[in-house]
Design a binder for this molecule. Structure first.
Ligand code: SF4
Ligand code: SF4
Length: 377
């Protein structure tokens, strides 16, 4: 594995995309979806497909694309959904079969494409590590996730301009990536000087980088890039104090504050659809009309759905407050018991995409204050 940083140009990145395609990867990166006014992951074939000079402003319940007036390729904050939507598709056939002369035949499942992600943010790599623990750890392997994850290649880009809803620094997941990437990049644009400081993080990454070429990075440019990432840690739009939070939340379950905090919640499930660490799914069996073909499909579900906790007689969590409490206490408290880590990487998507601007950081602070107040009464 190469540890010497390289300097790459935009032309080198184009070459990297070509090399990854030649190696059999479907290359996916941030693209502007003009109709929806959004930057989202999609298939790309060159750097022309990236959001050149386009940024995004993100705040609670607010997302806007903006013209940056420069040529940065990765000058936006974060896409709407994350690479997890490719590794855990919103709908996946996990089994299918059809009637035959000999009875019933199980269909051969097509192998999923090998994916190379360009522009993965450090918080997204941290979310993949969490999903690895959920789907590959604890002695169980989920075949749908494992198959997709096995062939994945990540070209990450560290953050130098965090957004209004970002708090990865609080969660220890950014703004720079410590690992989890095959190739790690930092983009720098100063006047006409536009370059990428690149390092490899795996043998495959080193092999791709050596094919790309590039030039050895001088100390000045490496230091400049590192300083930009370091400065970004102090420019987060939000913070979240995680000290003792697991216990504070676990002790708050009966507090009436949950009713106040979830008062505006529409139980629309947006927060769970965009969250890179949410993984809940429902399984459906489907047949065609003449019952000759059948399939079992796994599709995303959400703890905000009324039916999610339904058992005979009714749902365990009938109110919005109960469902919001479940979601938040799982992310920031009981996840630790289950997986030994917090279930939030501080990407801020749930804040941006909540239509009524419910903010996990503000609510964690409010619960902390309430519980501290109670303790002193
Ligand atoms: S809970 Fe919110 S901030 Fe945390 S990982 Fe999920 S979407 Fe991102
Ligand atoms: S917290 Fe916001 S995004 Fe999540 S279910 Fe409630 S209204 Fe929807």
């Amino acid at each position: 594995m190469s540890t010497t940083p390289l300097l790459l140009t935009r032309a080198d990145l184009d070459r990297m995309i070509e090399i990854l395609s030649e190696r059999g990867y479907h290359v996916v990166g941030p693209t502007v979806r003009k109709q929806e006014h959004i930057i989202s992951y999609g298939e790309i074939s060159s750097t022309d497909d990236l959001p050149i000079g386009i940024g995004d402003e993100q705040e609670a319940a607010r997302y806007r694309l903006v013209e940056r007036g420069d040529g940065r390729l990765f000058g936006y904050v974060l896409t709407d959904t994350s690479p997890i939507s490719f590794l855990l598709p919103s709908e996946a056939v996990v089994w299918s079969g059809k009637k035959s002369d000999n009875g019933f035949e199980t269909a051969e499942m097509a192998a999923p494409p090998r994916l190379a992600f360009i522009g993965t943010r450090p918080c997204e790599l941290a979310a993949v590590a969490i999903q690895d623990k959920v789907f590959l750890g604890n002695g169980h392997q989920d075949p749908t996730y494992a198959q997709r994850r096995a062939g994945t290649f990540f070209v990450s880009v560290d953050c130098t301009e965090p957004g209004g809803t970002c708090f990865c620094d609080s969660m220890g997941t950014g703004p720079g990536a410590d690992g989890g990437f095959d190739i790690g990049l930092i983009e720098v644009l100063e006047g006409d000087d536009h370059y990428f400081v690149a390092r490899s993080g795996s043998d495959e990454g080193a092999a791709v980088l050596s094919e790309v070429g590039g030039t050895p990075a001088d100390d000045g440019r490496v230091a400049k890039a590192a300083a930009m990432v370091e400065a970004a840690a102090g420019e987060m739009g939000r913070t979240l104090d995680t000290e003792g939070l697991k216990e504070i939340l676990a002790g708050s379950l009966d507090d009436p504050i949950w009713k106040e905090l979830a008062g505006k919640c529409l139980t629309c499930a947006n927060c769970t659809m965009v969250c890179p660490t949410c993984f809940c799914a429902a399984v459906e069996n489907r047949t065609n009309l003449d019952a000759t073909e059948a399939e079992r499909v796994r599709r995303w579900d959400s703890c905000f759905n009324f039916e999610f906790s339904y058992i005979h007689g009714g749902p365990l969590r009938p109110s919005a407050a109960a469902r919001y409490r479940q979601w938040m206490t799982h992310k920031l408290s009981s996840w630790v018991d289950q997986f030994g880590m917090l279930g939030c990487v501080g990407c801020g998507r749930c804040i941006t995409w909540c239509p009524v601007g419910i903010d996990i950081t503000a609510n964690a602070a409010a619960i902390r204050a309430r519980m501290e107040e109670k303790a002193h009464v």
